[in-house]
Structures are given as C-alpha cells and as structure tokens.
Design a protein around this ligand. Structure first.
Ligand SMILES: Nc1ncnc2c1ncn2[C@@H]1O[C@H](COP(=O)(O)OP(=O)(O)OP(=O)(O)O)[C@@H](O)[C@H]1O
Ligand SMILES: [Mg+2]
Length: 294
C-alpha cells in the first residue's frame, strides 16, 4: 500500500497479511503512517498505489461489502455530543440498515458488555473520558463485525479503564473476532496482540510476535549504566555490542549467549547499574530511535 497526500508520501509501500481471528498490532512513532494505513483498510481514504484485499475482496470495488463487516474506532472521538449514549448507537445502527428490534437487542447487549447501562440516557458530553471511549467501542461493534479496527483505543484512559477495555477485547477474541490495533502503549501491544508490525517514516521495519521481536532486537536483558565508567564504550565497540549512548547513561542490549552480560556485571557495574528484562519498548526505541517526531 502507498498513500500520498499531495507532496507528502505518508505510506511508502507497506505490505502485511492478517489471518482471520488474529489480533494484529501496528506500532510506530507519531507520524509513522499508522492512521493513514488503517484508513485505507476501512475504506475511508483510497490507496494512492498498490493492492488491498479485505476478507479476500478488493477494497476499490467491494468497499460496501467490506464496510458492512468491519467495526471502526477512529483515533479522534467522533461521538455526537448532543445525542444520548443510546441514540449514538441507534444512529450508527441506521447506517447498517439494522431492523428496530435488532437495534434494540444489540444496544442492550453492548451497553451491558461495556458497563454503560446506567448511562443509557445520558448525553455524551456528560460522560467521563473512559465511558466515552467504551461507547466508541460499543458503537464499533453495533454491526457485529468480523474485523475490529481500533486506532489508539485506550489513549488518555486511566489504568482501570484500560484494563477493562483489554478484558472486553479478550472476551471478543474468544468469539473469533479479528483485530487490527494501533497503540503507543507497549504493554497494551504485548498483552493484546499475537503479532506486531512496527512502521516508521511510512515503511515497515519488522514484523513478528512480541516475544520474537524482543528476543531478536533487544536480547534477553537490558543493562543501563550511568555514568559510563572508563573503558566501557571501547569495550562495547570491541565486542560489537548493541548499545545506545544517551550521554549520561549507556543502554546495552545484552544477547542471551554472548557472555557480555557477565563481563558487564563484573567489570563495569560500578555506580548506578540496572539490569532488567528486555521489553517491547526497548525494541521500539532501538529500531525507531530516541529523537522526537513531528
Ligand atoms: N490528510 C492529510 N493531509 C496531509 N498530510 C497528512 C494527512 N494525514 C496525515 N498526514 C501526514 O502523513 C504522515 C503520517 O500521518 P499518520 O496520521 O498516518 O501517522 P500516525 O502513525 O497515525 O501518527 P500518530 O501516532 O501521531 O497518530 C504525517 O506526516 C502526517 O502529517
Ligand atoms: Mg494516528
């Protein structure tokens, strides 16, 4: 897929495949092209170049079929603030030509599933951020989609609300739903997604399960030493070790088999030294750098 906005090429040829029933995550820094990618997938913006099949059908010609089988939670809150919780769901059901009886039963089911029954008649502007986000999720599920597309579903939520959303998504996985998710929370990606694609500057960097990516790109343990003792940088260079020099702090990605960790512990862990298991955030920072975007 390629996406251009005038002179800007936001997506520069990214390919991936998500099997039915998989929870798949797209990760990348601000401006990497995640939203541009998923907007093409839910038929909101046309491809500038390339080919895209959803449920095996071409998005260019069969977007109606595709749209009826996906649920979307956009990055921005697109709820209607003047309508009640229930009315927001009903309006959406109308887009899918759902019958009144089906709309009512589906609304009841979703309000219960997302613990919003007590807010049924409240205006959207009276909801907390967490409730509004749950309502957006409920709305995305009104048409009983086979594929749910979520663009940063839990941004700005407190830990309680995030965990509640994760629980709900876990329950939906049991029912066979496929998920395409973007997030900036590495713990969210690691716990929800079976496979991840990291993109940056409109290009795919790496793809794999969270565990595979961690093992391959961050190693087993991360050793942080500050400040760098004499000889450390020369030692790391001589060993060909993977590390980031942050000035006041050296972050070393210690692989499992090199014996590097042992030497670092005994020779260089003098003042401040932290040894911790590598995580997805280490992979992300190592592959996409530490500079600010946009
Ligand atoms: N409608 C548009 N017109 C022009 N440029 C756009 C448009 N939408 C996105 N861009 C640009 O395309 C690039 C990719 O943006 P996109 O929103 O896809 O990134 P993202 O990975 O979703 O970022 P974030 O994590 O901040 O949501 C950015 O440089 C952005 O400024
Ligand atoms: Mg985005």
């Amino acid at each position: 897929m390629v996406k251009r906005y005038g002179a800007i090429t936001a997506v520069k040829g990214v390919s991936f495949c998500v099997p039915r029933g998989e929870f798949f995550g797209l990760l990348g820094p601000n401006g990497a092209g995640k939203t541009s990618l998923i907007r093409m997938i839910y038929g909101f913006s046309p491809l500038s170049e390339g080919e895209l099949l959803v449920f095996g059908k071409d998005i260019g010609t069969q977007w109606r079929y595709i749209r009826s089988r996906i649920g979307v939670c956009q990055q921005d809150n697109t709820l209607d603030p003047d309508l009640s919780v229930e009315q927001n769901l009903h309006v959406f059901a109308g887009y899918f030509n759902m019958k009144p009886a089906e709309t009512r039963s589906r609304t009841d089911e979703l309000l219960e599933f997302f613990a919003l029954q007590h807010k049924r008649r409240s205006k959207v502007m009276d909801l907390s951020g967490g409730m509004a986000r749950r309502l957006v999720l409920a709305r995305a599920l009104i048409n009983n989609p086979e594929l749910l597309i979520l663009d940063e579903p839990t941004t700005g939520l407190d830990p309680q609300s995030r965990h509640q959303v994760w629980d709900r998504l876990g329950a939906l996985r049991e029912r066979g739903l496929s998920l395409l998710l973007t997030t900036h929370y590495m713990d969210e990606a690691a716990s929800l997604c079976e496979r991840l694609l990291i993109v940056d500057h409109g290009k795919a960097l790496v793809e794999g399960s969270p565990q595979e990516l961690i093992e391959e790109h961050a190693g087993r343990n991360i050793i942080e030493i500050s400040p760098a003792p004499d000889g450390l940088l020369a030692f790391l260079e001589a060993k060909g070790a993977a590390y980031d020099d942050l000035g006041d702090r050296i972050v070393i990605y210690a692989g499992a088999e090199s014996g590097l960790e042992e030497t670092l512990r005994t020779r260089f862990c003098i003042d401040q030294c932290t040894i911790r298991p590598a995580g997805l955030e280490d992979v992300f920072l190592r592959l996409t750098g530490r500079g600010l975007r946009e």
